[in-house]
Design a protein around this ligand. Sequence first.
Ligand SMILES: [Zn+2]
Length: 81
Amino acid sequence: MPSERRGSGALKLMPKFDTQYTREIICLYCGHAEHDSWEVDFGDGLEGEIDFDCSECGKRFRVSRVVDISYVSNKAKESDV
Ligand SMILES: [Zn+2]
């Protein structure tokens, strides 16, 4: 069976949304973007995984929060030389 994922308007199958590493929680089923994603409680840690109910279609899906922390070190402004 030839797959035509890139074909325009070929949404015969279940619509697929970009749900990977998005800035907001995207519903797996309706594509709704949860604008208050930062308010969602993922537990104590920065990262976590929860069952989430879409506020639009009400379906439940699994959401992981992935935190990517970076640090930049620079000289202090008032360094004793
Ligand atoms: Zn939904």
